[in-house]
Design a protein around this ligand. Structure first.
Ligand SMILES: Cc1cc2nc3c(=O)[nH]c(=O)nc-3n(C[C@H](O)[C@H](O)[C@H](O)COP(=O)(O)O)c2cc1C
Length: 239
């Protein structure tokens, strides 16, 4: 029954044109037709999407996957208008990245971007197609970097977008890359209607003996107002 509900919500996402958060972006958040990706990319160099902040002092790891940070955006307007992404302080910002920023603020944990070697296409629909193929094939895309001293962390806050009703396959690669024995996972999923989907059961299938807390889902268009919700979730689950 649960699987059926997930299929329905993923189908609704597909029928809605896989539009991402385009409809929910406010005017100032959305790129204007005259801006080009190259102009924004200059600003992006200072964005936190590509940063890995491992200060080695926290026992909380905030691992996130996002379309931004995993896409080579083309330097043309068309690519931008189909990208449906936030502009935060003049830089690209994925929804998962914004959520990771809140968790970093709240916990002081170390932030890690789950980044693939092969980037996703600039075009949104091509990305959804590629992700669907990866899911069908149960692919494990190769990751570009790894967490240092993973054994030092007790808690992993895992933040990801819902991709076709579940975790993006690079998140599966991440989960299979480390020994999670004795660790606790707090899943946070951003979506456009499918909420957590089957992502929690997929994580549990990959890591059957790990303590996985019930997750928090945040709709893409609500991410910018979700700080207090995230704080409540983190505080009640970290004890
Ligand atoms: C490949 C792909 C598949 C997606 N599948 C779904 C889905 O099945 N259900 C849903 O609600 N949203 C789906 N989305 C929308 C994203 O989950 C949503 O826009 C999310 O907030 C994006 O987070 P990000 O900016 O960190 O990548 C999908 C997006 C992409 C790119």
């Amino acid at each position: 029954m649960k699987k059926f509900a997930v299929l329905i919500s993923a189908a609704v996402f597909m029928l809605s044109g896989c539009s991402g958060n385009e409809s929910s972006l406010s005017e100032e958040d959305t790129l204007t037709q005259t801006e080009t990706v190259s102009e924004i990319l200059t600003a992006e160099e200072s964005a936190s999407a590509s940063d890995t902040e491992n200060n080695g002092e926290s026992n909380i790891l905030i691992a996130y996957f996002s379309r931004v940070g995993n896409t080579d955006f083309e330097a043309d307007v068309d690519a931008v208008t189909s990208a449906s992404i936030n502009i935060d302080n003049g830089a690209f910002a994925g929804n998962a990245e914004i959520l990771a920023g809140y968790v970093n603020d709240i916990t002081g944990g170390d932030t890690f971007l789950i980044e693939t070697v092969e980037k996703y296409p600039s075009d949104y629909r091509e990305t959804t197609d590629m992700a669907a193929d990866e899911q069908k094939a149960e692919a494990r895309p190769e990751l570009a970097s790894s967490v240092e001293n993973f054994e030092d962390y007790d808690t992993v806050v895992l933040i990801y977008p819902n991709w076709w009703g579940t975790i993006p396959m690079p998140v599966a690669t991440f989960l299979e890359s480390y020994d999670f024995t004795g660790k606790t996972i707090l899943p946070i999923c951003t979506h456009e209607g499918s909420a957590m989907g089957s992502s929690e059961s997929k994580i549990a299938e990959i890591l059957p003996d790990v303590n996985i807390k019930s997750g928090l889902s945040v709709r893409g268009g609500s991410v910018k107002n979700a700080r207090s919700e995230v704080e409540e979730y983190i505080k009640s689950n970290l004890g």
